[in-house]
Design a protein around this ligand. Structure first.
Ligand SMILES: Cc1cc2nc3c(=O)[nH]c(=O)nc-3n(C[C@H](O)[C@H](O)[C@H](O)COP(=O)(O)OP(=O)(O)OC[C@H]3O[C@@H](n4cnc5c(N)ncnc54)[C@H](O)[C@@H]3O)c2cc1C
Length: 374
């Protein structure tokens, strides 16, 4: 094994969160030696490139949660960055549709929550207004969110990576963290590279942005992840693409009313106007991005309720992403964990665990929070 090298800050994971943290710290901790360790050969190979790319507005969750605060704070930050840096994005707006009377009641509750959360411009719209805004969609009534939109997550991550590196941070691909131990000076991080060679880095600060594997990193540091509620329960979200013959039929994001564990399979727009339906939510035991073609029927039946133009044959399996959930089906809803672990005798270790949606929207606000914790 090679002798220990020393750096000032180690960030584990080059998804959108690790890169946003690296970019932020490269600006605020000038002169600090920052290294991002990523086991894949490029950024965003896991959850950050397997999502709906929606810039959320903070409608649904309770106002005191990080998921809400960081989303409401992160939404204008993302738009501003995209505008300034020419990152492809579009403020499409979004309609949440009610197709039954109980769902209309649910919309009224979401409106009240959205207002409490400070999500701007959100209002209820009538069936006629829906028809004017989106003639191909049907619903009894809707909730309109003008600040929702979409972003090219690859370009966003590319910008964050380049910006961090331009200020001296290093993003080291093909480096897997296999051990993490407290030392007198901070932490010894054990790394295996793609040739199987092992090396060590010592750093007073380690930021765990390992997404689906963040519980494993916390466990390496000595945290009892089951007892502390850091255990991740992967929950797959599959997408089906919609035939190109329907391209251009929707101008904005169209969602059903949400279920307790996710926002509901919705109409996902890409920046080139292609249409997808998804994601669903299925708890899984292993990380596999395969799509079960048998789910097509369920997707079709659910989407047909608000997208009446769909035929069964219009749907084709597209892609899947996996949410790093902190709770199982039926268990109590959990917030993001963003925690400096000084209280457990692990000062300088910052864990980010359970960063599911709206993590992409919140990435810049999360980076600001981590900066403050340090
Ligand atoms: C189906 C789905 C839809 C979503 N839709 C949206 C949306 O529309 N809007 C929104 O705001 N959010 C959305 N999200 C959430 C968003 O995608 C995530 O919050 C965000 O991508 C999390 O980024 P991350 O950097 O934490 O994780 P990741 O992108 O998973 O990055 C973690 C990185 O850590 C690396 N890593 C792990 N272990 C190690 C190790 N031991 N050594 C080195 N590297 C390691 C991994 O290789 C990976 O690259 C969605 C998520 C899913 C699953």
């Amino acid at each position: 094994m090679r002798p220990v090298d020393r750096v000032d800050i180690v960030i584990i994971g080059a998804g959108v969160i690790g890169l946003a943290v690296a970019e932020r710290l490269s600006r605020t901790k000038r002169g600090a030696e920052i290294i991002v360790l990523e086991r894949h050969d490029g950024f965003g190979r896991e959850t950050s490139s397997r999502n709906s790319e929606v810039i959320h507005a903070g409608l649904y969750y309770k106002e005191n949660l990080l998921k809400t605060k960081l989303c409401v704070q992160g939404n204008p930050m993302i738009y501003e960055l995209c505008r300034k840096e020419g990152i492809p994005h579009r403020k499409t707006g979004k309609i949440v549709l009610a197709t039954t009377q109980p769902e209309e009641q649910q919309l009224a509750e979401i409106l009240a929550q959205a207002k409490t959360n400070g999500a701007s411009g959100v209002c209820l719209i009538t069936r006629e207004e829906i028809e004017t805004m989106e003639p191909y969609v049907c619903g009894l009534s809707g909730l309109y969110s003008p600040e929702s939109g979409i972003v090219d997550s690859h370009q966003l991550m590319h910008f964050l990576e380049q910006s961090a590196e331009s200020r001296g941070a290093t993003v080291a691909y093909g480096t897997e963290v296999i051990g993490l131990e407290k030392s007198v000076e901070g932490y010894v991080v054990e790394i295996k590279d793609t040739d199987g060679e092992q090396l060590q880095l010592e750093s007073p600060v380690v930021i765990n942005c390992a997404g689906l594997w963040a519980d494993r990193i916390a466990w390496m540091a000595g945290i009892d992840v089951n007892a502390e509620g850091y255990r991740i329960f992967p929950c797959k979200g599959e997408y089906f693409s919609v035939s190109s013959r329907h391209q251009g039929k929707l101008g904005q994001l169209v969602y059903p009313t949400p279920s307790p564990i996710h926002l509901g399979a919705h109409a996902v727009l890409s920046l080139d106007d292609r249409l997808k339906i998804g994601p669903n939510a299925v708890y899984v035991d292993e990380i596999s991005y395969q799509i079960d073609p048998d789910h097509q029927k369920e997707f079709y039946q659910k989407a047909k309720r608000f997208l009446p133009f769909l035929d069964y044959e219009d749907l084709t399996p597209d892609m899947a992403g996996i949410r790093p959930k902190l709770y199982r089906q039926g268990e109590e809803f959990r917030d993001f964990i963003i925690q400096e672990e000084g209280d457990r005798g692990l000062s300088g270790l910052v864990n980010l665990v359970g960063i599911e949606s709206p993590g992409l929207t919140s990435c810049l606000a999360i980076a600001e929070t981590v900066d403050r914790l340090l």
